[in-house]
Design a protein around this ligand. Structure first.
Ligand SMILES: [Zn+2]
Ligand SMILES: [Zn+2]
Length: 287
């Protein structure tokens, strides 16, 4: 027996409360065990995002209102790279963590993971790549960085999301949306989900910054086909979700139907809940 003084018990830190998204994902997992690994991956990614979110400073948008309105009317992205409040040490960490989680869940090949993580380790190699990639994917006409795995996109989208979401929040207050935007008015990325609002409008949701904006219900955002006869739309049996397939470009978009739903759209949950719909859409020849 040692004669060390008795230590008072360490206070037990209560576990962090689950966010509505994490709760929704846990419910989904117990209702549909087939989706378990997709749910676990999503929970791990949300955890990285949440830890970063609180640290992202408010962006200072240097553009003036006249310039922003002109960009908006022309359908050009409002967020310029220099306006993104990137704290590089935070970004670098999130970038690595996202890559590690994707590898752990077999959503990233080991060789790609190695190349991606090396980029974050090599001095200042990452910064110019991120800048060039953002410019190339936000409609500035710049070419993408070369010689890097295509899966880098996935990691960059995830790591940039909290920073870009803050920019979109600020710009949404400043710039009214007047044009018809097939791409995200804020960051220029494609929509990857949609929501049908209680007033029966369709809002597209950006796959990168998560911003929402209204868009014609039966126009394809990928090729702008607006011939209703060439849009195939089908709903899930419970009416919760809908798929719009375009019979011109053969791409499809999933939507959450909030008209009779008990809760608003939760992209992090709804994109996972609709994984079986992706299979159904692909079976019908959409991609
Ligand atoms: Zn966006
Ligand atoms: Zn189309």
């Amino acid at each position: 027996m040692s004669d060390q003084p008795i230590q008072p018990p360490r206070p037990v830190r209560p576990p962090r409360a689950d966010t509505p998204e994490v709760l929704g994902l846990k419910e989904l997992k117990s209702a549909q065990p087939d989706l378990a690994s997709a749910v676990d991956l999503q929970v791990a990614l949300l955890d990285i995002q949440r830890r970063l979110q609180g640290r992202v400073p408010l962006p200072w948008i240097s553009a003036d209102d006249a310039w922003l309105q002109e960009q908006e009317k022309a359908g050009r992205a409002l967020v310029r790279f220099g306006d993104i409040p990137l704290e590089w040490s935070d970004f670098r960490l999130a970038f690595r963590q996202n890559a590690d989680v994707l590898l752990r869940f077999d959503a990233l090949e080991a060789a790609d993971h190695q190349a991606i993580v090396a980029l974050a380790r090599e001095g200042n190699a990452l910064e110019p790549v991120v800048e060039q990639w953002y410019n190339a994917t936000s409609g500035t006409g710049q070419t993408r960085p070369e010689g890097l795995p295509a899966s880098l996109d996935h990691v960059l989208v995830l790591a940039l999301r909290p920073f870009l979401a803050k920019c979109a929040e600020v710009l949404r207050q400043r710039t009214p949306l007047t044009a018809s935007h097939a791409l995200c008015p804020f960051c220029g990325w494609e929509p990857d989900f949609a929501v049908i609002t209680p007033s029966a409008e369709r809002h597209l949701i950006c796959g990168r910054c998560s911003a929402q904006w209204p868009f014609a219900s039966l126009t394809c955002p990928f090729c702008r086909n607006d011939d209703r006869a060439r849009i195939t739309s089908f709903a899930t049996r419970d009416g919760r979700y809908r798929v719009y397939g375009c019979d011109v470009c053969h791409r499809y978009l999933k939507a959450y139907d909030a008209r009779t739903a008990p809760r608003p759209v939760m992209v992090a949950v709804d994109t996972i809940a609709t994984l079986p719909l992706d299979a159904a859409a692909m079976q019908r020849g959409y991609n």
